[in-house]
Design a protein around this ligand. Structure first.
Ligand code: Q46
Ligand code: ZN
Ligand code: ZN
Length: 326
């Protein structure tokens, strides 16, 4: 890296991308990331000029960079933040939100941000709900994922957005693919894609415009651009299997530049060629309460979750002096 020059202008390079055999200076790197994001959005048909795009922002480097790239490229994307009520002794959710607000002040004061506060809307934070359920007692991530998916869909649908964009980068996608492959989880392998079509009523298209950028490229983008983001990981991500997969893939990448990219792109190609046969899919119905698609009869997992919480509180209500419920 030392003494490397930008391919385009001969200034000192800030990044050298081995897999592309390309070194670039700050301004040319920013331009390069924006240009390629636009191209990938077009190539994978993520959205067009008529689509209303909602960006899921977490306060981390990827989602803030994605929002910045879209707005700076003239895509009028709005932001959406879900406050999960995660504290973890570092005020995680609150800090995340402060970073988003600072980002908007610094770079895009005209941008629109929708905020959904889970504890205020539903009465309990994610860690509280998770502790009360079998599903999330050990780790809240499964409950958290369920709530995020449901609420993102609901909000996008209710607010009239046709597309949800998330900041997943190549390292994220390759790690998920690695896990799915180790388990040969056909159902997940068939579904994993940078574009998830809105093939069901009440579902919104989900796209990952950054899926071809390495994590280090996105970190460089945020750094060069001067975006301050939340550096702390969610306190519950400690020990996550995905982090373990990431470190293995990083080791492979060190020995063979481009390993991650080829692993993921060849998977997409193989899928296009019909490597994974879809087979029988569980027919989906509409949840009787919220209308979102579910494989279960009656209520979906999200509605059941909150019903379970309400039932717990009912049971825990103290008896009065007469020994009867008030
Ligand atoms: S926010 Fe939620 Fe993640 Fe935290 S609790 Fe787990 S899933 S780690 S992306
Ligand atoms: Zn340059
Ligand atoms: Zn429901």
């Amino acid at each position: 890296m030392h003494g490397m020059r930008c391919r385009k202008c001969a200034e000192m390079a800030v990044i050298n991308m081995r897999q592309h055999k390309l070194a670039l200076c700050g301004p040319h790197f920013i331009e390069w990331v924006r240009e390629w994001t636009q191209r990938f959005v077009g190539k994978y048909r993520m959205f067009g000029p008529d689509d209303r795009v909602l960006v899921a922002v977490s306060g981390g480097k990827d989602s803030l960079s994605l929002w910045d790239i879209l707005l700076s490229s003239g895509v009028p994307a709005d932001g959406f933040y879900i406050d999960l009520g995660i504290d973890g002794e570092i005020g995680y959710s609150e800090k995340s939100r402060l970073h988003i607000e600072k980002f908007m002040r610094d770079f895009h004061p005209e941008a629109v941000l929708h905020v959904l506060d889970i504890p205020r809307t539903y009465g309990d934070s994610i860690p509280t709900v998770a502790r009360a359920t079998r599903r999330g007692r050990e780790k809240p991530c499964s409950v958290c994922g369920l709530v995020k998916r449901h609420e993102m869909n609901r909000m996008a649908f209710e607010l009239g957005y046709g597309v949800i964009a998330t900041g997943h980068n190549l390292d994220d996608e390759a790690a998920v693919l690695f896990g799915n492959t180790l388990r040969w989880n056909r159902e997940y392998l068939v579904r994993q894609s940078p574009v998830m079509a809105a093939d069901r009523v009440g579902f919104v298209r989900k796209v990952k415009p950054l899926f071809r950028f390495y994590e280090r490229e996105m970190a460089a983008y945020a750094l060069v651009r001067g975006i301050s983001y939340i550096q702390d990981e969610c306190p519950f991500s400690v020990g996550a299997t995905s982090l373990y997969y990431k470190s293995i893939l990083n080791q492979m990448e060190r020995d063979r530049g481009g390993a991650k990219l080829h692993f993921y792109l060849n998977f997409l190609r193989a899928k296009d060629d019909g490597l994974f046969h879809v087979g029988e899919v569980t027919p989906l119905r509409s949840c009787e309460r919220c209308g979102q698609a579910t494989a279960m009869e009656g209520l979906c997992a999200f509605c059941r979750l909150w019903d379970g919480m309400a039932a717990r509180k009912e049971r825990a209500r103290p008896l009065n002096d007469m020994g009867v419920l008030p």
